[in-house]
Design a protein around this ligand. Structure first.
Ligand SMILES: *Cc1c(COP(=O)(O)O)cnc(C)c1O
Length: 382
């Protein structure tokens, strides 16, 4: 048994990044300023998108988007139930109705086929998730959304560096990235709102800082313009320079991180091919580049009587951490009680929600750690 606990995720922070954060702390300007602006530019460049707004989190980005679009009572938003609860919570809090599309059983992603039948005259927004770092099949989704004149907003929390048909996620359309510590790059907490819609971007920029007609930082003022007035009531979701400078350092290493994640994931795939009880996710058959945010497996209940929770507990006893990404939203207590969706409405979502867990995957892991996890899985399954 390994002597040290292997968490399922751990950020990789360099001494240079720590130094850069310390420099900001010493500089006299620690909140949103030149570093946040530089992070926005660098991230937009990386994706090839015309503009990006740095935010306190991806959840903040989703909140601002719903506010900018005026989503409220009577509106429906289509999204998977197998996602992080933040999206569903915000739809609920806006007074709108989350409408859940089922997912592909093996990629865990919604598709134009599962979404199309759910579109009604109340549908205001479609929010697919690029699951685990793979790309959702955007072409049919874009066509479907365009045919009904409904905006498509990509939840790209897992997709920093992901490509779809040779194009970076974030390059086209509207996307929201997360820099929470488990994501492919982190700035402690943070998010990025990217869009090729200049007026939407301008609206998000205004709403993220009290609805003032200026950003939190005005280059010419080296601060905020004191004369700025509220144009519409807004929120306070700006990203600090302390966080942004970390994000800048991380962004420089994103491709290197993803390369390492890919090598680790390929090793997992090779070793797990010999363990029939454990099913990795299927890989999409359209052209894409995987960012390997998570390595998700399902415990095949046809091949083992062990439950997922027992499996996770036994791995933990042997110093291996795992996570659940995710428990379906409609299975969470609040949504069970308020939505009361009957068992079996979202069969692929439910099947996966009961069986999935994420194995350790982060850039500072090594190949021996992967071997260790696979060996330990064999041990606990007998
Ligand atoms: C992490 C995550 C979010 C939220 O990101 P935050 O930055 O923590 O707000 C949203 N959607 C998905 C799919 C996520 O994994």
């Amino acid at each position: 048994m390994r002597s040290e606990f292997l968490p399922f995720s751990k950020p990789s922070i360099s001494e240079a990044e720590i130094g850069a954060v310390a420099d900001v702390l010493r500089s006299g300007w620690i909140t949103t300023g030149a570093k946040a602006a530089a992070f926005e530019e660098a991230f937009a460049d990386y994706c090839g998108t015309p503009g990006a707004v740095a935010l306190a989190s991806a959840t903040a980005g989703m909140h601002l988007l719903l506010a900018a679009m005026g989503i409220g009572p009577g509106d429906e938003v289509i999204t998977p139930s197998l996602t992080w609860v933040s999206t569903v919570n915000l739809i609920q809090l806006a007074g709108a109705k989350p409408v859940f599309a089922d997912i592909d059983r093996d990629t865990l992603m919604v598709s134009a086929e599962t979404i199309a039948p759910l579109i009604s005259e109340r549908t205001r927004l479609i929010i697919p998730v690029h699951y685990a770092g793979a790309a959702a099949d955007l072409e049919p989704l874009r066509q479907l959304a365009a045919a009904h004149n409904i905006p498509l907003i990509e939840d790209a929390a897992h997709a920093a560096g992901t490509e779809y048909r040779g194009e970076k996620i974030g390059r086209r359309g509207t996307t929201i990235f997360s820099f929470h510590p488990i994501k492919n790059i982190t700035c402690g907490e943070g998010g990025m709102f990217c869009s090729d819609d200049a007026s939407l971007l301008e609206h998000i920029r205004r709403l993220k800082f009290h609805g003032l007609g200026v950003d939190a930082f005005d280059r010419s003022m080296q601060g905020r313009s004191p004369q700025a007035e509220v144009i519409e009531p807004g929120f306070k979701y700006n990203l600090t320079d302390m966080a942004a400078v970390l994000g800048l350092g991380q962004l420089n290493r994103l491709d290197e991180f993803n390369k390492k994640r890919t090598a680790l994931a390929e090793r997992y795939l090779e070793l797990l091919a010999d363990i029939p009880e454990v099913l990795p996710l299927g890989l999409p058959d359209y052209p894409m580049r995987h960012a390997w945010h998570l390595f998700v497996v399902r415990l095949d209940s046809d091949k083992t009587a062990m439950t997922r929770d027992e499996f996770m507990a036994r791995l933990k006893e042997r110093n291996i951490g795992t996570g659940i990404h995710f428990k379906a939203a409609h299975r969470q207590r609040y949504y069970r009680e308020t939505l009361g969706l009957p068992e079996g409405v979202l069969p692929n979502t439910e099947w996966n929600s009961d069986r999935l867990c994420s194995l350790p995957l982060f850039p500072d892991m090594n190949m021996e750690d992967v071997d260790d996890v696979a060996e330990t899985i064999k041990e606990v399954l007998v």
